[in-house]
Every structure is written in structure tokens, then in C-alpha cells.
Design a protein around this ligand. Structure first.
Ligand SMILES: Nc1nc2c(ncn2[C@@H]2O[C@H](COP(=O)(O)OP(=O)(O)O)[C@@H](O)[C@H]2O)c(=O)[nH]1
Ligand SMILES: [Mg+2]
Length: 364
């Protein structure tokens, strides 16, 4: 299963606008690749990668296939969701199925668009969502503690698990997210095993109006302060502008960005940030037929990376011939890379690095 990033937030903050722009621009930019929407609310989005075009020029590649990241548009969460308000637990279970969270925070003012709480207030709006997620996790952990207490009575070895679960409850009651426990701690492990919502990595999306482009107002500052305090990332974009950009050709979009004084679409920033948040990285293949970015989890070994291309390559793996992207661009031809000693031969224990350009050798 591909990892996915859920788009969450209060109703009417621009989640669907951003989701639709993401999937529409992906479809428009890569007409030769079946992106599109998998289900109405699940979309596969291209991860922008300048390196592909550079490699394409070098090897005279016919086409380019970018890496993708999967987004899920989740219906709005309201105050009381954990107690069944709105669609309540159905929303929460949709979030549970995702691997990371992009929380959209409304930073645009528009009297024509109702705000469920009256008017945008990022700190309060973020807190409402955070509290609902924490309350849902509390209920999960309370059931878990009951079970662990029975288990610990029969088997004292379960004691540390039980203690960790109780520590998680104490933290959640203080409004702290489970993700604040560092990886390597037992609390972190128990939280992941329990699929806690607040254990998922999170980034903030500040949805601004066009008047704030290039000069973000106090609402964005409020989101930024919260993100910084938590060590979370923030992406600032305008859902409305992005949905206009998504309908344009690449050329027109570049011109429009130029007029607005922005370098590129905020959606690119979002796709990149989500990719990183999910712990994903890219290796590259460069052939005449196709120059392609492949997605793997950080820390993946060469044979499993090969398996992304085809299970036969993983099964018959002999070695990986690798050049780093930078060397590829510097030396340009295989011969030059080889004589400069930049072409490495790596075995089955090699851990792939970002931007490795790879040719796998395998037995059929
Ligand atoms: N002014 C303004 N309106 C927006 C922006 N983004 C979304 N909207 C509007 O807000 C309303 C709710 O947006 P929607 O994406 O359906 O919100 P969701 O409930 O979070 O999925 C729609 O009428 C959008 O056109 C924005 O950046 N600026
Ligand atoms: Mg929506």
C-alpha cells in the first residue's frame, strides 16, 4: 500500500479546494501518466523534481515519470467529533488509515464563506482539531490500558508496556500529542502499535487569500508560531489561486506565478513537504525509453529498492551500479563516470541514498 497524507481541518477551510487543485494540476502536467483520482477523495500527486528533465536531456529520454505522493481529502472535523458530532468517528477512522496529516488552517477572510466557529482564529481552530484527535487517542489508550492490565497480571513482562501506555494517557490528558515521544522510546512504540492519530507526523497548511501573497498577515504568523513551537513544518498557499493555477498550461502558470511575484506553485511545496513527512525518498533510473523517479522509504536496501521496479529484479538481485545524480550531471557519460571512478558497484546490504541513479544487475 502506498503511504498517504490525509488533508484534515475544520469544515470550509479549503481542504477540497486544495485537494482538487493538487490532483488537477498533477493530471494536467503529466498527461502520459495515469495519475488522476483513485477514489473521489484519494489522489496521486506528482512530486516536482528538476532532476528528471536534466537527466532526460543527458540520455535523450523519451519520457519522464515523476515520483508520486498520495493525498486523501477527509471531510471536515468539528468540535465534538470524538464524541460522535458531525460524522464523528467515521472521520477519525479515515484519518487513522492515513500515514501523515496535513492540517489546513483557514487564514483567509471571506464573509461569503461560513466559518463554523464564526471567524478564523488559527490558534483556536488548530486547538479544536488537536483536542478531538487527542480525545480519540485517549479513548483508544484507555481500552489498551485495560487490556494491558489483564495481560500484566498474567505476565509481568508486560509491565513496561502498561507503564508506557499510562504515560501516553497522562500526556494526552495534558493536550500533548503522542508524536512528542521520541522514536526509540517505548511510548513511541506503543503509540504506533495503537495507530494513534496524534502519533502521525503532521504539517500545517496555512490557506491564505491572494492579498497575503508575499506578505503573510497575522493569521499566518499565528500558525507559524504554533508550528515552530512543535517543530512542525508549515506550507503557506492560497487554495483559490492554486485552483486557478491548476487549470493553466505550464507556460501560462509560470507567467501567472511571475505576475503574482511567487517562484512556483504552493502545491509543489505541499507535495514535497508531504513526501518528506512520510519518510519517503527518491532513486532515479535514466534510460532512453524513460527517465523515472522511484519512491522508497528512507533506509531501504538495494534489493528492496529494485523490487519497486519489478519483483523479479529483487529476487534475482546481483548488484546495483550506482552514480550519484551530481556525478551524473558532472561527468555526463558512462565512460567518463567509470574512468573517474564515480560508478559504484553496490551489493545487497547497500542502503540507497537520495538521488542515486541506478542500474540493477539481476539473474532472470
Ligand atoms: N476567499 C477564499 N476562498 C477560498 C479559498 N480556499 C477555499 N475557499 C472557499 O471556501 C469554501 C470552502 O472550500 P472547500 O475547499 O470546500 O472547504 P473544505 O470544507 O475544507 O473542503 C469554498 O467556497 C471555496 O471556494 C481561498 O484561498 N480564498
Ligand atoms: Mg471538503
Amino acid at each position: 500500500m502506498a503511504l498517504s497524507c490525509g488533508i484534515v481541518g475544520l469544515p470550509n477551510v479549503g481542504k477540497s479546494t486544495i485537494f482538487n487543485a493538487l490532483t488537477r494540476s498533477a493530471a494536467a502536467l503529466a498527461a502520459n501518466y495515469p495519475f488522476a483520482t483513485i477514489e473521489p477523495n484519494v489522489g496521486e500527486v506528482a512530486v516536482p523534481d528538476e532532476r528528471l528533465r536534466v537527466l532526460q536531456d543527458l540520455v535523450n529520454g523519451e519520457r519522464v515519470v515523476p515520483a508520486t505522493v498520495r493525498f486523501v481529502d477527509i471531510a471536515g472535523l468539528v468540535r465534538g467529533a470524538s464524541a460522535g458530532q458531525g460524522l464523528g468517528n467515521a472521520f477519525l477512522s479515515h484519518i487513522r488509515e492515513t500515514d501523515a496529516i496535513a492540517m489546513v488552517v483557514r487564514c483567509f477572510e471571506d464573509d461569503n464563506v461560513t466559518h463554523v466557529e464564526g471567524s478564523p482564529d488559527p490558534a483556536r481552530d488548530i486547538e479544536i482539531i488537536a483536542i478531538e484527535l487527542a480525545l480519540a487517542d485517549l479513548a483508544t489508550m484507555q481500552r489498551r490500558v485495560e487490556k494491558l492490565e489483564r495481560e500484566a497480571r498474567a505476565n509481568p513482562k508486560m509491565r513496561p508496556q502498561l507503564d508506557a501506555a499510562k504515560n501516553l494517557i497522562a500526556a494526552l490528558e495534558l493536550g500533548k500529542a503522542a508524536r512528542t515521544f521520541a522514536s526509540g522510546t517505548l511510548e513511541h512504540e506503543v503509540a504506533a502499535e495503537s495507530f494513534l492519530l496524534t502519533a502521525k507526523p503532521l504539517l500545517y497548511v496555512a490557506n491564505i487569500d491572494d492579498s497575503q501573497i508575499g506578505k503573510p498577515g497575522p493569521l499566518v504568523d499565528a500558525v507559524r508560531r504554533i508550528a515552530e513551537a512543535e517543530g512542525s513544518r508549515i506550507v503557506v498557499l492560497s487554495g483559490q489561486i492554486e485552483s486557478e493555477l491548476a487549470g493553466l498550461s505550464e507556460e501560462e502558470a509560470r507567467e501567472f506565478c511571475h505576475e503574482l511575484g511567487i517562484e512556483r506553485s504552493g502545491l509543489d511545496d505541499l507535495a514535497l513537504a508531504a513526501y518528506d513527512l512520510l519518510g519517503l525518498m527518491t532513486f532515479l533510473t535514466a534510460g532512453e525509453k524513460e527517465v523515472r523517479a522511484w519512491t522508497i522509504a528512507k533506509g531501504t536496501a538495494a534489493p528492496q529498492a529494485a523490487g519497486k521496479i519489478h519483483s523479479d529484479i529483487e529476487r534475482g538481485f546481483i548488484r546495483a551500479e550506482i552514480v550519484s545524480y551530481d556525478d551524473y550531471v558532472t561527468y555526463k557519460t558512462m565512460d567518463a563516470m567509470r574512468s573517474a571512478g564515480r560508478l559504484r558497484s553496490e551489493g545487497k546490504d547497500y542502503i540507497m541514498e537520495e538521488g542515486d541513479v541506478v542500474n540493477f544487475r539481476f539473474n532472470v
